[in-house]
Design a protein around this ligand. Structure first.
Ligand SMILES: CCCCNCc1ccc(S(N)(=O)=O)cc1
Ligand SMILES: [Zn+2]
Length: 258
């Protein structure tokens, strides 16, 4: 079942392969993006991202992170085009961060880590009956990824940060509605794309990754608020890190849209 994996030395990324052998698979994520090895692919279509604020429903503390949950049954918040075949529906979005702002992202670019990383998680609900089923297929999921760097406070992110106060402990959830997830996207939609996996257990190799080159800015205080979430269990300890280190590329090709 879910097991007690985490991000500490005793249950973290270096241990996951014992319970989830695919952790040592050939198409694991995240990766380090070597920009000069990425191949510009002129045949890549532009991305079509249509998010409806009405599909955002709630925010939940899941113990090692928090999710902003989208109602993926409606056709409301979808992405298509780019490297994708078909329509992918927004299931949830979440962030990854570390103990300090100098490195909290999962993907890196030419060895550089960002303060944090946003994952907008979609699945091909035209083709598969559930998210769980989609995760068993190579074309099941698509994750749009935005790097966060420290700068001025992000107005859209502030609404998420303020909601964290209502979900301090594991399994707590709160209504979170009418949020425009598109406000978290950078101005430029230039992206890298490659095939990989979920970045924590079950680590299934079912993700078309779309990583925007341009980061968004968030204030140190906003990112710090992520670390005030508590991870549940007997001793309520703060969630100070939830980022997996980059994994071997194993000959995979990273394409660039630009
Ligand atoms: C079968 C149920 C799978 C649950 N797992 C979800 C999940 C979603 C996104 C990511 S991430 N961090 O790659 O975007 C990891 C794990
Ligand atoms: Zn993630």
């Amino acid at each position: 079942s879910g097991g007690n994996w985490g991000y500490d030395a005793h249950n973290g990324p270096e241990q996951w392969h014992k319970t989830y052998p695919i952790a040592s698979g050939n198409a694991q994520s995240p990766i380090d993006i070597k920009s000069n090895e990425a191949k510009t692919d002129g045949s890549l279509k532009s991305l079509s991202i249509n998010y409806s604020p009405g599909s955002i429903k709630s925010i939940v503390n899941i113990g090692h992170s928090f999710h902003v949950v989208s109602d993926d049954k409606e056709n409301a918040s979808v992405v298509k085009g780019g490297p994708l075949q078909g329509t992918y529906h927004l299931n949830q979005f979440h962030f990854h961060w570390g103990p300090s702002n100098d490195f909290g992202s999962e993907h890196t670019v030419n060895g550089k880590g960002y303060a944090a990383e946003l994952h907008l998680v979609h699945w091909n609900s035209d083709k598969y009956a559930s998210f769980a089923e989609a995760t068993k297929n190579p074309d099941g999921c698509a994750v749009l990824t935005v790097f966060l760097e420290v700068g001025s406070a992000h107005p859209g992110l502030q609404k998420v940060v303020e909601a964290l106060g209502h979900i301090k402990t594991k399994d707590q959830q709160a209504a979170f509605t009418n949020f425009d997830a598109a406000s978290l996207l950078p101005a430029s939609l230039d992206y890298w794309t490659y095939f990989g996996s979920l970045t924590h257990p079950p680590l299934l190799e079912c993700v078309t990754w779309v990583i925007f080159r341009e980061p968004i800015k968030a204030s140190a205080d906003q990112i710090n608020k992520f670390r005030t979430l508590l991870s549940g269990g007997e001793q309520q300890c703060p969630i100070v890190k939830n980022n997996r280190p980059p994994q071997p590329l194993n000959g995979r090709e990273v394409k660039a849209s630009f």
